[in-house]
Write a protein that binds this ligand. Structure first.
Ligand code: CFM
Length: 528
């Protein structure tokens, strides 16, 4: 029995039938089909979050010049407040509200008698105290259940205060995971923000999509891109702002870092404004170098190409020696990487370059295209995905512009540029790795026992369970208190943090409490 079968064997037949489609032993050259983006089994302790988390916590939350009001209980507000470490900085032109937690703090009486009044009051208070140019309202489960019309409240407030007010019906129960919330947020930003600015296009300008500035990643990527000479119109949405996003349609190219959370906007920008998108990965040296060279190849300007090579050589030179030293301490180690819907694929090349092999990988809420590549699209719609609005945009003749003709784009695709394409996790994975979709606590513990990775990359929910078992863990969602991990300097930060984690002697001293003292005491019946 391989490790996959051993774990599945412990399930009841009903659960086995469901989970066997979500766990695979990856084989090279095989189709490696996996079930994904389906409902979690109730009570199974999935690591997933909810639709509201995907909309408010992930996509909308990092927009710094927006006062985002959570319409719901205080717990929902509190747990999406700062925990993801999407850093931001305001300046004299841009207000930064990210330090604040705006909430209607719904109580039982609001649920019984309706919460609209309280929401109106909260908007009034926010306008009076903070005077934002834009307010976004995100709804939580009870709001949808009692039927508060947040869209009507938003429209009324927009009129009353003369500012932009957007409402997102992203109740936690919508869809099967965070993923539905990403889609809802993408739709709202596309309908109401993107394309509303009137800036003039600038040469060699790009948007960075699906980069959320966790631990400062976005700042490090921007630093490199600016050094080469690109003009960054907007970052969606790490340290991002509505002011910048309004003019996103003026860019020549969209770089897509996280495919899962924002591919909808990338696609819609292509249809509506003609902007091509390129899949990039600025994490891990091979990823960064390839991405920078792909962007240069897209623009095909000898100066940019020369600067790209010079920047790569310079940045790499700075970290080479230290990276090599860390590699000697990590070579031959194995890792587990469990993240949301994108990062497992981002980090594999970084780990490989340090000599670490990923033996266990997984996503919480990725769709099949994030594993198998976009060639599996379109996927069959089920009832849960139908629940999420999918908007259709049309070409905007006044603002539509393309950097390349369709023929030129085809040529670039043939030359190997990932234009509007993504090969998914399979392109990075080593043969025989175990892959678990929508992983849960039981499977995590069982696979850790069987595969014994030297380090475990995951989130806060499972970090300490694994550490109690004597295996070091680094959070790959929020980077614990570290980062940035993107870019050249980020790779070095990562190598140092992982080396320290793996090589500290503390892990050998950890002994689970149940190994020291019995949790139950008793004697066999009938004997003294
Ligand atoms: Fe994209 Fe993300 Fe991810 Fe994601 Fe997330 Fe995140 Fe993530 Mo945590 S947007 S899909 S919903 S790369 S918060 S920055 S780390 S689960 S893998």
């Amino acid at each position: 029995m391989n490790s996959r079968d051993k774990v599945l064997d412990k399930y009841s037949s009903k659960i086995y039938k469901n989970r066997k489609e979500h766990i695979i032993q990856f084989e090279e050259g095989k189709p490696n089909l996996i079930a994904a983006d389906t409902r979690a089994i109730p009570g199974i302790l999935t690591n997933r979050g909810c639709c509201y988390a995907g909309c408010k916590g992930v996509v909308i939350g990092p927009l710094k010049d927006v006062a985002t009001i959570v319409h719901g209980p205080i717990g929902c507000s509190y747990y999406t407040w700062g925990t993801r470490r999407s850093k931001s900085k305001g300046d004299e032109n841009t207000k930064d509200f990210s330090d604040y937690c705006f909430s209607t703090d719904m109580q039982e009486t609001d649920i019984v008698f309706g919460g609209e009044k309280k929401l109106k009051k909260a908007i009034k208070e926010v306008v009076e105290i903070f005077n934002p140019a834009c307010i976004m309202i995100c709804s939580t489960c009870p709001v949808g259940l009692i039927g508060d019309d947040i869209h009507a409240v938003a429209a009324e407030a927009e009129e009353l205060y003369g500012i932009k007010v957007l409402a997102f019906s992203c109740e936690g129960y919508k869809g099967v995971s965070q993923s539905g919330g990403h889609h809802i947020a993408n739709n709202g930003l596309m309908k109401h923000i993107i394309g509303t600015g009137d800036a003039e296009p600038v040469k060699y300008s790009i948007n960075l999509l699906g980069e959320y500035n966790i631990g400062g990643d976005g700042w490090e990527i921007e630093r490199i891109l600016k050094r080469i000479g690109y003009n960054i119109v907007s970052v969606m949405t790490g340290d991002g702002s509505v002011e910048e996003m309004k003019n996103a349609h003026t860019a020549d190219l969209n770089l897509l870092q996280c495919h899962r959370s924002i591919n909808y906007i990338a696609e819609m920008l292509k249809t509506k404004y003609g902007t091509a998108w390129l899949k990039v990965n600025f994490i891990g040296l091979n990823g960064i170098k390839k991405s920078l060279r792909d962007v240069a190849a897209f623009f095909n300007d000898p100066d940019l190409t020369a600067r790209t090579e010079a920047v790569i050589a310079d940045e790499e030179d700075e970290i080479k020696e230290a990276m090599a030293a860390f590699k000697t301490k990590l070579e031959g180690k194995t890792a587990a990487v469990y993240v949301g819907g994108s990062r497992t694929h981002h980090f594999i090349n970084l780990l490989k370059s340090l000599g670490v092999e990923v033996v266990l990988a997984g996503y919480e809420f990725a769709h099949r295209d994030d594993y198998e590549g976009r060639q599996v699209l379109p996927l069959k719609m089920d009832a849960d995905s139908k629940n999420i609005e999918s908007i259709v945009v049309e070409k905007d003749p006044a603002k539509f512009k393309t950097f390349h003709t369709d023929e030129q784009l085809e040529e670039l695709k043939k030359a190997g540029l990932p234009i509007e394409s993504y090969d998914g996790l399979w392109a990075e994975l080593s043969p025989n790795a175990t892959v678990t979709d929508d992983f849960n606590h039981f499977e995590t513990e069982e696979f850790v026992k069987l595969l014994k990775p030297d380090i475990f990359f995951s989130g806060i929910k499972d970090k300490y369970v694994v550490q109690k078992a004597g295996i070091p863990s680094r959070q790959i969602h929020s980077y614990d208190y570290g980062g940035p991990y993107a870019g050249f300097k980020g790779a070095l930060n990562f190598a140092r943090d992982v080396t320290l984690a793996v090589n500290t002697p503390a892990w050998d001293l950890v002994q689970a409490p149940w190994k020291r003292e019995p949790t139950l005491e008793g004697s066999l019946g009938g004997t003294e």
